[in-house]
Design a binder for this molecule. Structure first.
Ligand code: UDP
Ligand code: MG
Length: 140
């Protein structure tokens, strides 16, 4: 399994509850290295562009409003098979279905306010990392 990078976002429900450190500990315990990280406040437009793939879904407007409702921590995680590994650490989208010990099982509040985002494939990981970080910000 190759070393990969993936884009992670700690969502507004989690930053509001001061969970950044606890969530980062889950990543590090799973062997994921946080190689870039910043706390930002997305505009509706920026959130909408990030989630453009979901534009036609019924939850799109609510999702964009939520993602712009408070600070998020955007980060690049690196490690062996980082894309799939991060998805495992996150747990299922709906916390009711998330495996015990996963971030969403422990911290998510609902299927929408589910504490974290993680890229789902190599192509989306590359595009999502480039959306938030320049090459100069990725020092490994
Ligand atoms: N979402 C929602 N309602 C749904 C499905 C998804 O509000 O029925 C939100 C939720 O915040 C989720 C995001 O939209 O994390 C993106 O959905 P996706 O299916 O890509 O889930 P993820 O990849 O985040 O597990
Ligand atoms: Mg997704």
């Amino acid at each position: 399994m190759a070393i990969e990078r993936t884009l992670s976002i700690i969502k507004p429900d989690a930053t509001a509850r001061n969970l950044t450190g606890k969530i980062n500990a889950k990543f590090e315990e799973a062997g994921l290295r946080i190689v870039a990280q910043k706390r930002i406040l997305l505009t509706m437009e920026q959130a909408g562009k990030f989630y453009e793939v979901h534009k036609e879904r019924p939850f799109y407007d609510e999702l964009c409003s939520f993602m712009a409702s408070g600070p998020v921590v955007v980060q690049v995680l690196e490690g062996e098979g980082a894309i799939a590994r991060n998805r495992e650490v996150m747990g299922a989208t709906n916390p009711a279905d998330a495996a015990p010990g996963t971030i969403r099982a422990e911290y998510a509040q609902s299927v929408g306010e589910n504490s974290v985002h993680g890229s789902d494939a190599p192509e989306t990981a590359a595009a999502e990392i480039a959306y938030f970080f320049s090459g100069l910000e990725l020092v490994g």
